[in-house]
Design a protein around this ligand. Structure first.
Ligand SMILES: [Fe+2]
Ligand SMILES: [Fe+2]
Length: 227
């Protein structure tokens, strides 16, 4: 049941091309991107709640990271619309549901054990900062070598060739990113290993979620929620 757990390998998945698979919970569907075991351990997935679906209360032994892609995701802490970025740290728990349905990018069991920050950022209302080149950046989290951000690339933006120390993981939220290895339209998940290189560019305005520095420090074991 191991899927894409060789972090030294490059993985590219256009999630729109993959079928939804049922989860153990009725009305909750998923597209597995990386997975350590069937229902526990490291997992990265696109998760869909049908309208009215709920997931049982669960803990996050090594944390849960969520980006709401569509709809409204809810738990006992509130209702969270598209663009909300969460980090529910190791030891946290909740009972999520969705009244109108939602689609999420979910990463489970990938925190460093002492990364204890509870994060909830409403990215459509947070401000962009100047980034490299003509890009804009919205920092979401930093801990040890790990950095998480949104980046907005204007049409025609070219990045300098660069190498990924600790790897790079990208999810394309809108537009289309390209590099010398391929083309990554909206909904593409791209995981590039430690010390990989590329020279990306965007021909149209493109927004990506991007995480760097984490792929040499991923831990493994135990449990979590919808994955
Ligand atoms: Fe890169
Ligand atoms: Fe959860």
């Amino acid at each position: 049941m191991m899927l894409n757990m060789q972090f030294e390998q490059r993985v590219m998945i256009n999630t729109h091309d993959h079928p939804w698979q049922p989860s153990p919970v009725s009305g909750v569907w998923r597209k597995p991107l990386a997975r350590e075991e069937a229902e526990r351990g490291h997992a990265t997935s696109i998760v869909r709640y049908d309208p009215g679906a709920s997931f049982p209360r669960h803990e996050h032994p090594l944390g849960e990271e969520i980006l709401v892609l569509d709809g409204i995701f809810s738990d006992e802490h509130g209702d969270f619309g598209a663009g909300t970025y969460f980090r529910n740290p190791p030891g946290s728990s909740h009972a999520p549901f969705s009244v109108e349905g939602c689609v999420l990018l979910v990463k489970l069991h990938q925190f460093l054990p002492d990364d204890a920050a509870q994060v909830c950022i409403d990215t459509p209302r947070a401000g962009w900062l100047p980034g490299q080149g003509n890009r804009k950046v919205m920092p979401l989290h930093e801990f040890a070598a790990e950095h998480v951000a949104l980046e907005k690339w204007p049409a025609g933006e070219h990045c300098q060739p660069h190498r990924h120390f600790g790897g790079e993981e990208i999810f394309v939220l809108s537009g289309e990113l390209k590099d010398e290895h391929g083309t990554y339209p909206r909904g593409t998940w791209l995981r590039s290993p430690h010390m990989s290189e590329h020279c990306p560019y965007a021909e149209q305005e493109t927004v990506i979620w991007v995480k760097t520095g984490h792929l040499s420090v991923v831990d493994r074991a135990s449990d979590g929620g919808p994955r």
